[in-house]
Design a protein around this ligand. Structure first.
Ligand code: KG4
Ligand code: ZN
Length: 357
C-alpha cells in the first residue's frame, strides 16, 4: 500500500510517499522560512499563498523521486489540523481532490498524531509509549496508547519550548530560528554564570511554562551594558539552554512516574519536534531514560521537524485500522489529541486550549 501524505498546517509545505511496510519512497519539504523572515514570524496569509504556489510541484517531485505515477497511490492523507486555517485548507482540499479523482480512501490526519506516531515509521516501538513533543508550536507530554488514543499528561500554559528558544535568541541578539543559534553560542558559554528561573520545576504534574524565563532573560539583558560581548552572549545562551533542559527533564521525570502506573517496567520514551535536535536535551533525556529503565527513541531530525512522511505514515496506520474519512471533513484550527484533557492550570483559559497545547 502506498500512501501520499500532504502537510500544510504552518510554514512548511510538504509531500511524501510512504508504504505501510515503513518504506519512505519520497519525502520533500519546502520551508517558508525566508518568506516570513522579514516579518519576524509566520504571516498566515502568506503561508497559505505559498502553499498554493508550491504544493503541486512538491507532489510532482515526490512522485518523480519515488519513480511512480499517481495511479500507484492507494490512499491520500492530509493534515486537517491543528494549524493555520488558510494554510490547512490548501493541503486538505488538494488531498481530497486527488483522492476523489483517483477513487481511493482519504484520511484526515491530526498533525500532532503525525508527530506522535512518527517513531513507528523507523522502529518497532510498541504502544503504550511516552512522548515528549517539543517544537516551536507544541510542548506536551503524552502517553500514546494506540492510534487515535492519547492521554495528555502535561502541556504548556504559555509558550512552547521552541518558541522560548526563538524569543530568547532574539533578546540576546541571535538570529532566527533561535534554537540552533542558542545551541551554537552555548558551546563556548558557562551555563552557571547567570542564575535563571526554572518555571514549574519541583511542582506536581507535567505542565510547562516558559513565559517567566523569557521575562527573566529580558530583564537580565536590560541590566547588562550594551552591546553584549561575545562571551556574555555565549554565557546567556548556555544559561538559558540549561534552564530549559532542567525544566524539560523535571517535567518528564514526573510524566515517567505517571507512565509507570500504566507500564510498570520497560517501555519507551520518544522525543519529537524541532527542539529534539538539541544535543544537551538529547543527552539528558538519554541519561534519564537509562536511569528509568526506558528505551529512548529519537527519530532522525528530518522526521522530528514538520514533514509529510509522518502524515503519510499516520494515514497508513489509520488505513490499516479502517479509519478513513469523508470528503466533508473540515479543517480544524484547534484539535487536541486528548479531548478529555483538562485545560492546563493557570492557562487562563476556561475552555479549549490553543494550538500549542
Ligand atoms: O518542529 P519544528 O521544525 O516546527 C514547529 O514548530 O512545528 O520546530 C522548530 C522549533 C523552533 O522553535 C526552533 O528554534 C527549535 O525548534 N529548534 C531548536 C533546535 N533546533 C530547532 N531548539 C533548540 N535546540 C535546537 N538545536
Ligand atoms: Zn509540528
Amino acid at each position: 500500500m502506498i500512501v501520499l501524505g500532504l502537510e500544510t498546517s504552518c510554514d512548511e509545505t510538504a509531500a511524501a510517499l510512504v508504504t505501510d511496510q515503513r518504506q519512505v519512497l519520497a519525502d520533500v519539504v519546502r520551508s517558508q522560512l525566508k518568506d516570513h523572515a522579514p516579518f519576524g514570524g509566520v504571516v498566515p496569509e502568506i503561508a497559505a499563498r505559498r502553499h498554493i504556489d508550491h504544493l503541486d510541484g512538491l507532489i510532482r517531485r515526490a512522485l518523480e523521486e519515488a519513480g511512480i505515477g499517481l495511479d500507484r497511490v492507494d490512499a491520500v492523507a492530509a493534515t486537517a489540523g491543528p494549524g493555520l486555517i488558510g494554510a490547512l485548507m490548501v493541503g486538505l482540499m488538494e488531498g481530497k481532490a486527488i483522492a476523489a479523482v483517483r477513487g481511493v480512501p482519504f484520511i484526515a490526519v491530526n498533525h500532532l498524531e503525525g508527530h506522535a506516531l512518527s517513531p513507528r515509521l523507523i522502529a518497532d516501538v510498541r504502544f503504550p509509549y511516552l512522548l515528549l513533543l517539543v517544537s516551536g508550536g507544541h510542548c506536551q507530554l503524552l502517553i500514546v496508547e494506540g492510534v487515535g488514543r492519547y492521554r495528555r499528561l502535561g502541556t504548556t500554559i504559555d509558550d512552547a519550548a521552541g518558541e522560548a528558544f526563538d524569543k530568547a535568541a532574539k533578546l540576546i541578539g541571535l538570529g532566527y530560528p533561535g534554537g540552533p543559534a542558542i545551541e551554537r553560542a552555548a558551546k563556548k558559554g558557562d551555563p552557571k554564570r547567570f542564575a535563571l528561573p526554572r518555571p514549574m520545576k519541583g511542582r506536581a504534574g507535567a505542565d510547562f511554562s516558559f513565559a517567566g524565563l523569557k521575562t527573566a532573560i529580558a530583564h537580565l539583558v536590560a541590566s547588562l551594558s550594551a552591546p553584549l560581548d561575545e562571551q556574555t552572549v555565549a554565557d546567556l545562551a548556555a544559561s538559558f539552554q540549561a534552564a530549559v533542559a532542567d525544566v524539560l527533564i523535571d517535567r518528564t521525570t514526573n510524566a515517567i512516574a505517571s507512565y509507570r502506573l500504566v507500564v510498570p517496567e520497560g517501555g519507551a520514551i520518544v522525543v519529537a519536534g524541532g527542539v529534539a535536535a538539541n544535543t544537551l536535551l538529547r543527552e539528558r533525556l538519554t541519561a534519564l531514560a537509562a536511569k528509568s529503565d526506558l528505551a529512548m527513541v529519537a527519530p532522525p531530525l528530518r522526521l522530528c521537524t514538520d514533514n509529510a512522511a509522518m502524515i503519510a505514515w499516520a494515514g497508513a496506520e489509520r488505513l490499516g485500522l479502517g479509519l478513513t474519512n469523508d470528503f466533508d471533513f473540515a479543517p480544524r484550527p484547534r484539535w487536541p489529541l486528548d479531548p478529555l484533557a483538562e485545560p492546563a492550570p493557570g492557562s487562563g483559559r476556561a475552555g479549549r486550549l490553543g494550538r500549542k497545547a
